[in-house]
Write a protein of this length. Structure first.
Length: 419
């Protein structure tokens, strides 16, 4: 494969020299990439700073991570890569003679739950999608001639299965006549709306996707190319962390504390630790939103993660009861490592970390919809009982939450070590 790419690059060097090709920018999620790297591991929100002296792509890594809204964001910055355009020329061809299709009915895309609050209404219009033949692996988005790399920001709302591309310095009318073309297999619909939140003019291009995807982007001349990849194509280790409740669903509330707040605080501490590892983690929420149970299940199954862990806080009619327990799905069995094994190691590591009491493993009940519906190893850890005054005091302390987070992370790493 690499030899083929080198041949293509050599041919492309001649062709593009003759064509006086403009600047090419490569962007993806974690680091800068060259054409020969396109099939390799993913990159998150990186800025490409190529060397003009030797023409080689030498971008500095800039690790991107989900923000408080569970969004992966990449900003395109200026760079230059020379002599490697042949593969792009072949991959990103579109049928220039294809007839422009009629516009579809306008589709409005809901703001992801993670962002919280109602989005300000702006002028919206449907995007026009091309139907011409294309052998491209990229979706092609035309850009105005005056648009620069720093005018573009890409946001991946994976809980909502939506890719949002902010393009500065352009009016929505530009996309009333310019066609989105290329590989559209992963796109269900698209909307262009004025970005009225910005101080300067610009638009948001919102693409509803068929599943959970990561993305890579390439900026060439006045076109933005977007390729969609399955999480498994980019990551070897994938975990879904699900802080329970959220929003109006406070969960168990006792002794001045709520389940939704404690589970979220623990999840944020888990994130701090796992961000320093090679494990890719998807979080169902990182704020006070309340994703639906089906959305939580869809994220776990859509990413084909190695494991799903829900963080909960327990309550009991008997206030003397305290300790941690884990829930698993007895109906979903995987030889070697399944839900019961995950539940066992999760409880063991958490209890060891907090030097607490283990209440044992418990089978998922009817109300445990997510645990019963997820088709990967899944377990919920109830880290303590709010109804026990002494344990409630501990659960409200940051240092105790730190220990719980340590236990959850230790369990995750132990699973991968045993694999």
């Amino acid at each position: 494969m690499r030899l083929s790419l080198m041949k293509k690059a050599a041919i492309g060097s001649v062709l593009y020299s003759m064509a006086a090709m403009g600047l090419i920018y490569y962007l993806s999620y974690d680091k800068a990439i060259t054409i020969s790297d396109v099939a390799q591991d993913e990159v998150i929100g990186s800025d490409l700073a190529d060397s003009k002296e030797n023409g080689a792509g030498a971008g500095a890594e800039a690790e991107g991570e989900p923000d408080e809204d569970s969004i992966l964001t990449g900003r395109i910055t200026e760079g230059e890569t020379e002599g490697k355009a042949a593969e792009l020329s072949e991959e990103n061809q579109t049928d220039e003679n294809a007839e422009e299709p009629p516009k579809e009915e306008a589709q409005e895309t809901a703001k992801p739950e993670e962002e919280g609050g109602k989005e300000a209404e702006g002028k919206k219009q449907e995007l026009i999608f091309g139907t011409g033949k294309s052998n491209s692996s990229f979706m092609r988005i035309p850009l105005p001639a005056e648009c620069k790399a720093e005018d573009i920001v890409v946001e991946n709302y994976y809980m909502n299965r939506e890719l949002c591309i902010l393009v500065g310095g352009v009016d929505s009318g530009f996309y009333a006549s310019n066609v989105i073309s290329g590989n559209l297999d992963m796109v269900e619909k698209g909307v262009c709306e004025e970005n009225i939140e910005a101080n300067e003019r610009g638009v948001k291009l919102r693409f509803s996707l068929t599943d959970v995807f990561e993305y890579r982007t390439i900026l060439e001349n006045h076109d933005l190319y977007v390729s969609f990849l399955r999480p498994r194509e980019m990551y070897d280790k994938i975990v879904v962390i699900d802080p329970s409740c959220g929003g109006s669903n406070t969960g168990n509330e006792e002794n001045g504390l709520s389940e939704k707040e404690i589970s979220l605080q623990i999840a944020k501490k888990v994130k701090e630790r796992l961000d320093e590892t090679d494990v890719k983690v998807y979080y169902t929420r990182m704020d006070d939103s309340n994703p639906g149970e089906e959305d939580r299940v869809r994220l776990a199954n859509g990413t084909k993660a190695d494991m799903y862990i829900r963080i909960q806080v327990d309550a009991n009619t008997d206030s003397s009861v305290y300790g941690a327990t884990t829930i698993y799905n007895e109906d979903y069995f995987i030889p070697g490592f399944g839900s019961v094994e995950l539940a066992d190691i999760l409880e063991r590591e958490v209890v060891t970390s907090i030097k607490g009491k283990a209440l044992g493993l418990s089978k998922a009940q009817e109300e445990d919809y997510a645990i019963r519906s997820i088709t990967i190893p899944a377990a919920a850890v109830k880290v303590g009982c709010l109804t026990n005054k002494q344990e409630a005091i501990l659960l409200g302390r940051e240092e105790y939450q730190e220990k719980i987070a340590d236990g959850i992370c230790n369990a995750i790493m132990a699973v991968y070590e045993e694999d």
